[in-house]
Design a protein. Structure first.
Lengths: 325, 120
């Protein structure tokens, strides 16, 4: 078993900022575990701009924002980075088991910071009736397929929900030559940032339907069409407002949920409504010495806010290690 | 003439009223900072956007290299610019910030991530 002063799970923006701030606060023996083969987390697939305006006072792409932190982490002797390292077990005395190619390792942490991010809500969570054909993707998965794998998942697209990732993907699909036939939002206004409504949807004249929901998905092997319907103030379908949209692909962009399976496994209290850790103080969990930051603690709109949250958390872990907490 | 606009310069998304005539901006209301005025004027006079996309790599650790224009390019040229991006192949290692294509609709197309021959 390895022993470490501070172990951080997740090498995205939260994990990297937490590692750097803990180091700046005096922690000298840090292990950063990342399951992917690169640091950067979700930012690696965020090739669009809109990042860093608060933290760096510059407009950066997600990749550029990540790149700045990656070079700081890689140059830091106090931070030991372990890539392709997937944590599979956590106990309440802060012992972690992780898999990496060819081996399984165990590490005992004096303090632990969880920076595991969030996951997308899926079709199953919003109960759309109909068949179960191929062609239904979460918006973030489609983003990964296009931006990382170089694959275009479809040609005629309907986007369900108007979260930021869905809006960004409306533009991305359009630029790649696909036709985005509609963005359907059940609420009266977008869930995403206004600037994304403007530059991703209005810029390309993509129809955006508020107070509408998808009432059916049809298709045998592949998606063939969806049925949309207007909903009233009470959320009931409006008679006579049903219409069909032919499409081969549906993107689901209906929100994000904090990812906290590991601390749940270790016995931490989790809020069943938000899936975030429950504790008395910010950035802590109900297990002493186990901290949480970034989108696994609370889903943020902006990575700049994730960075700030993680910096606070890194300092808290350093204080805990110094015996001040 | 009057046009309602939402600023895209930062996450605040200021709602602005823009008065203009003869293709020139006369007055901007509702912006919380000077960038809003600049954006509004540009939207009336010469709308531009930073284009971000990805280009295909050969023999490098990344399959797709993320790229962007180093300054905004004319909004009308976006789809045309994408056609040019689709023809580009990156075969040599690059660092973030390296120029991938010059004279790209009045800007340079630059890499936003590094790609190497390691771990291929």
């Amino acid at each position: 078993m390895i022993n470490k002063d501070l172990v951080i799970v997740g090498g995205g923006p939260a994990g990297m900022a937490a590692a750097l701030s803990a180091r700046d606060a005096g922690v000298r023996d840090i292990l950063l575990l990342e399951r992917d083969q690169y640091l950067g987390g979700i930012l690696n697939q965020c090739i669009h701009t809109g990042f860093g305006i608060y933290h760096f006072k510059e407009l950066l792409t997600g990749c550029e924002y990540a790149g700045r932190f990656i070079s700081l982490v890689e140059r830091s002797r106090e931070i030991d980075v372990s890539l392709k390292s997937f944590v599979v077990r956590l106990t309440n005395d802060r012992v972690l088991t992780f898999l990496k190619p060819g081996k399984m390792e165990t590490v005992r942490a004096k303090a632990l910071i969880m920076a595991t991010g969030c996951r997308e809500r899926t079709r199953e969570m919003i109960h759309i009736p109909g068949t179960r054909p191929a062609g239904v993707f979460s918006a973030g998965l489609a983003q990964k397929l296009i931006n990382i794998e170089g694959l275009l998942p479809g040609k005629e697209v309907v986007i369900v929900g108007s979260g930021d990732i869905g809006l960004i993907m409306a533009r991305r699909f359009t630029l790649e030559g696909a036709r985005v036939k509609a963005v359907i939002e059940i609420q009266k206004q977008s869930r995403g940032l206004m600037r994304n409504v403007v530059q991703c949807v209005h810029d390309f004249d993509i129809p955006l339907y508020f107070s509408h929901r998808i009432s059916r998905i049809s298709g045998r092997d592949r998606v063939e069409k969806v049925e949309a319907v207007r909903v009233d103030e009470q959320g009931n379908d409006v008679d006579g407002s049903r219409f069909e949209i032919l499409c081969d692909t549906i993107l689901v962009s209906v929100g994000l949920i904090p990812e906290n399976e590991l601390i749940e496994m270790a016995g931490a209290k989790i809020d069943s409504a938000t899936n975030a850790p429950l504790s008395k103080e910010l950035n802590t969990t109900s297990i002493p010495g186990v901290f949480a930051c970034g989108n696994c603690y609370r889903v943020y709109d902006l990575v700049d806010s994730v960075t700030r949250d993680a910096q606070v958390c890194g300092r808290m872990a350093a204080e805990f290690l110094a015996g001040a907490r | 003439m009057k046009k309602e606009m939402i600023c895209i310069e930062c996450p605040k998304g200021c709602r602005m009223e823009v008065y203009y005539g003869d293709g020139k901006t006369v007055e901007v209301n509702g912006n919380m900072c000077p960038r809003g005025r600049e954006y509004a004027a540009s939207e009336i006079e010469d709308p531009r956007r930073i284009l971000t996309s990805s280009v295909l790599c050969e023999g490098l650790d990344l399959r797709m290299l993320p790229v962007r224009t180093d300054k905004p390019i004319p909004k009308q040229a976006l789809l045309q610019a994408m056609e040019r991006i689709r023809k580009i192949r990156v075969k040599e290692p690059v660092r973030a910030g390296d120029v991938i294509a010059q004279d790209f609709f009045g800007a340079n197309l630059i890499a936003t991530r590094s790609a190497t021959r390691e771990n291929v």
